[in-house]
Design a protein around this ligand. Sequence first.
Ligand code: PLP
Length: 399
Amino acid sequence: RPRVSARLAAIAESATLAVDAKAKALKAAGRPVIGFGAGEPDFPTPSYIVDSAVAAAKDPANHRYTPAAGLPALREAIATKTLRDSGYEVAPSSVLVTNGGKQAVFQAFAAVLDPGDEVLLPAPYWTTYPEAIRLAGAVPVEVFAGVDQGYLVTVEQLESARTPQTKALLFNSPSNPTGAVYSPEQTAEIGRWALEHGIWVITDEIYEHLTYDHAVFTPIVRVVPELADTTIVLNGVAKTYAMTGWRVGWMIGPSDVIKAATNLQSHLTSNVANVSQRAAITALSGDLAAVEEMRTAFDRRRRTMVEMLGAIDGVEIPAPQGAFYAYPSVEGLLGRTIRGTTVASSADLASLILEEAEVAVVPGEAFGPSGYLRLSYALSDDDLVEGVGRIQKLLGEAQ
Ligand code: PLP
C-alpha cells in the first residue's frame, strides 16, 4: 500500500508559490532575480489597520479562541461591506470567516460536492480550484476561452459542457490569472443560465476593487437575486487591503451550507487568529482610500507592462481589465529557438526566462493549457521595467 494517500498524492504543489519560492531562493543566493510570480500587493498593510491590530494584541480579551464562524462584529462588518460594495443584503449569520479566501475555496467545494459531481471550471483558472474540487471527490470540467474571446467563456460553451452530473460553476471575475472581467450583461446571462439549470455558483470576488479602464465588477447575486439560495460568495481582505499575511477571508451562502462549512471549520482550524480578525474589522469598517491609491499604481504598471510585452514578436496580450496579472499568449514563440534551446511549451519558456534573464514568471501550465505566461504587476515600477526589459531582450533573440 502507498505511504501517502491517493487523495493527497494527487495534489500538485501550488505552482505560483513554487515559482515565487524558487525566485526568492535564487535571490538569496545573490542572483539579481526579478519576480513576477507572486500574487500579492507590494504595499505594506495601511498603518491604521496595523495600529488597531497592535492595540488588539495588547488586550488579553483577544488572546482566546473566537467562535468558529468568526467574531460577531466581523461577520456584521462583512455583511455591511457587502451591502456597500455589492448592493444586496446578507445576514451576518450567512457569513463564515475563514483563514484567507483559500480556505473559503476548499470549504465551499467541500460543502456542496459529492464524489462524481462535476464542476464547470472556466480556463485559464486559478491553480487552486481544480485541487479543491478533486479533494472534494468531484471532477473539474474545463471550459476554455483563449485570447480570441478575451479569456471570457460564453453561456453556449457552458451549456455544451453541462451534463446531468454538473453540480456547480466556478465564477471568478476579475480573474486570476487572466485579468479578464465579465460585463454586467455577461454576468447576468451566466447567472440566469445557472439558475435555470439549478447549478450552484461559487463566485470568487476577491479582486472586486481592482478594475481598470471602463470595466466594472458585477456581483452575480446583485444581477440575479434569485441565485442567493444556490450561490457561495468567496472574498477576503488580502488583495484589497494588502493583507495577504493576515489570513482573513470569508464565504457567504445559504444557512445550510454555512452551517455545514462551519462544522467542518470547527474541527479543521477552529477559527481565524483573533488579532487578525480585529484587524479585518478595522479594514472593512474604514473607507476604500488605500485600495484606490494602490489601484492607481497597479493601473499605471498594467499599462507599462501591456505596452512592453505587446512589443515582443510572438507575444499577444489582450489588456487585462482587472486584478493585477497580465496573461500574454506566447504561442507564437513555441517551436522557435532561443539561445540554443528549442521552446516546446510555456513551461520551457518560463524556465529559460528564469535561467537566462533571471526573471520569474509562472507558465500557463499552472492554470490550464500550455502557451501562456502569467506576470503579476504588483511590484515596483522600476523592477517591472527592468524585468520586462530583460524578457524583451531575451525573446527578441528567438529564431
Ligand atoms: N481567490 C483568488 C482568485 C486568488 O487569486 C487568491 C489568492 O491568490 C485567493 C482567492 C485567496 O487569497 P487569500 O487566501 O490570501 O485570501
